[in-house]
Design a protein around this ligand. Structure first.
Ligand code: NAI
Length: 475
């Protein structure tokens, strides 16, 4: 088996944590049981690009239990939990000397070159074939396949412009080495039945490609299952934003002024958590609806410029770029904590910060750095501007990820087994499946659901067994 992880001797520790996580992931375990016999993913070759954590290990082993062959990478250079990666490679029945699990190419602290090399490895089955399904988080695997196929069609890989981001130059270099006259990426693209995408940012990329007419295979937008974005993005971040701050800095949050940029699902979870710790939370927004929601929830809403000099903690949650600029950071208080929990690192202008004349960067510990300005004042930047809950802590806990990943497994089964029902486009799972995911998580929390009477169901115009809401309902 080909693979590359940090240290296989961590596998036993990883396995013990996987066993604890399985208990906290009732949705995934129920799906394993439901499909154990029918093996709906037999023949599926799934390439996954999603944070290689303990929770993801349970997802991977669920896909395998349903018949799939799997190869995996992390979708961020800092988010791998090395014991999880080791346990997945070794597998439940293997040993470090005789690994029998799934090929994983991921370790905590990859360089960007290594990150894209890993992505290429996971997209390449032994013998040179590609996967027939992608499970993506943020869209990097989907992007590589699309760009490779696009440049093969054009007959050349373009040169990077000097001011292109470093990462884009690395991607172009990789493609220059790997596009081929025989159409390596074109073949991989044509063999893919579909992609299921985990997060807001990746979904945004898919809709853009579909609009531009460049999308090469159908996609299921897992993010916009209600049981994903209204749970993982919100309640997951409500947990892991604090975990990231605590593990990175251990600063007392109570009494501090915290600024949350963006009041979407992630922003709502973060603002709630920071308030729960006793911080005075200020929100910034561009959308009047979300701004009004924040105000009604009791938060001050203003611009970053107004409060940049008085806040102690900053968290960006927008999925947009250049939210906190170098000029903002120069105006912050001494030891202000600057962090991002959105998918990509460009929410904070780290490149601009590095260009400030005379700026001095010091590593306090991995993923925690001070940046000292020439006037002696410094700020603390978490995870180099990458998502701090996975860079500085261990991401979301198992129970909430069970909701997200049960959607992922159901979406993989949908696209793989009903390919003809999904012409190229971007789809969300039907509501009855969304409700099914929620249902699978009720018992574990001791929730007792009220059952509609037939007369009540008729009165509100739904079936007794659901779905209970129209598609336009917003929860
Ligand atoms: P969303 O679209 O619900 O929320 C983003 C909010 O930011 C919107 O309300 C938007 O109006 C606002 N916004 C955009 N530009 C802004 C600006 N310049 N200033 C202030 N506000 C601005 O998206 P969601 O689901 O909250 O996701 C946000 C990001 O977090 C995405 O990149 C997503 O992929 C990522 N994500 C990260 C997770 C993690 O564990 N770290 C988990 C889930 C999502």
């Amino acid at each position: 088996m080909d693979f590359k992880v940090a240290d296989l001797s961590l596998a036993a520790f990883g396995r013990r944590e996987i066993q604890l996580a399985e208990h906290e992931m009732p949705g995934l375990m129920a799906v394993r049981k439901e499909y154990a016999e029918s093996q709906p993913l037999a023949g599926a070759k799934i390439m996954g690009s999603l944070h290689m954590t303990i929770q993801t290990a349970v997802l991977i082993e669920t896909l395998v239990a349903l018949g799939a062959e799997v190869r995996w990478v992390s979708c961020n250079i800092f988010s791998t939990q090395d014991h999880a990666a080791a346990a997945v490679v070794v597998g439940p029945n293997g040993t470090p000397e005789d690994p029998q699990g799934v090929p994983v190419f991921a370790w905590k602290g990859e360089t960007l070159e290594e990150y894209w090399w890993c992505t290429e490895q996971a997209l390449t089955w032994p013998g040179g074939d590609g996967p027939n399904m992608i499970l993506d988080d943020g869209g990097d695997a989907t992007l590589l396949v699309h760009k490779g196929a696009e440049y093969e069609k054009a007959g050349a890989v373009p040169s990077a412009a000097e001011d292109d981001p470093e990462e884009w130059k690395i991607i172009l270099d990789l493609l220059r080495r790997t596009v081929s006259d025989e159409g390596r990426w074109t073949k991989i693209a044509s063999g893919i039945k579909g992609v299921t995408e985990e997060t807001t940012t990746g979904v945004h990329r898919l809709y853009e490609m579909f609009k531009a007419g460049t999308l090469l295979f159908p996609a299921i937008n897992v993010n916009d299952s209600v049981t994903k974005s209204k749970f993982d993005n919100k309640y997951g971040c409500r947990h892991s934003v604090i975990d990231g701050l605590n593990r990175a800095t251990d600063v007392l949050i109570g009494g501090k002024v915290a600024v949350v940029c963006g009041y979407g699902d992630v922003g709502k979870g973060c603002a709630d958590a920071l308030r729960g710790q006793g911080a005075r939370v200020i929100v910034t927004e561009i959308d009047p609806i979300c701004a009004l929601q924040a105000a009604m929830d009791g938060f001050q809403v203003t611009t970053l410029e107004d409060v940049v000099g008085i806040a102690d903690i900053f968290v960006t949650t927008t999925g947009n770029f250049n939210i906190i600029t170098a000029e903002h950071m120069a105006r912050m208080k001494h030891n202000a904590i600057v962090s991002n929990i959105g998918h990509f690192d460009n929410e904070i202008d780290m490149a601009g910060l590095a260009r400030v004349p005379g700026i001095e960067k010091t590593e306090v510990k991995p993923q925690v750095h001070t940046w000292k300005f020439p006037d002696g004042k410094q700020i603390i930047v978490l995870a180099e501007g990458r998502l701090m809950n996975l860079g500085c802590a261990t991401g979301h806990p198992s129970f909430v990820m069970s909701n997200s990943f049960t959607n992922q497994v159901i979406a993989q089964i949908e696209l793989f087994t009903k390919t003809d029902d999904y012409p190229i486009g971007v789809y969300v799972l039907p509501k009855h499946l969304d409700e099914k995911v929620a249902r699978l998580h009720l018992d574990a929390l001791g929730v007792k659901l009220t059952t509609l009477t037939k007369a009540q169901a008729e009165y509100i115009g739904v079936a007794v067994e659901g779905p209970y809401k129209p598609d336009h309902y917003r929860y």
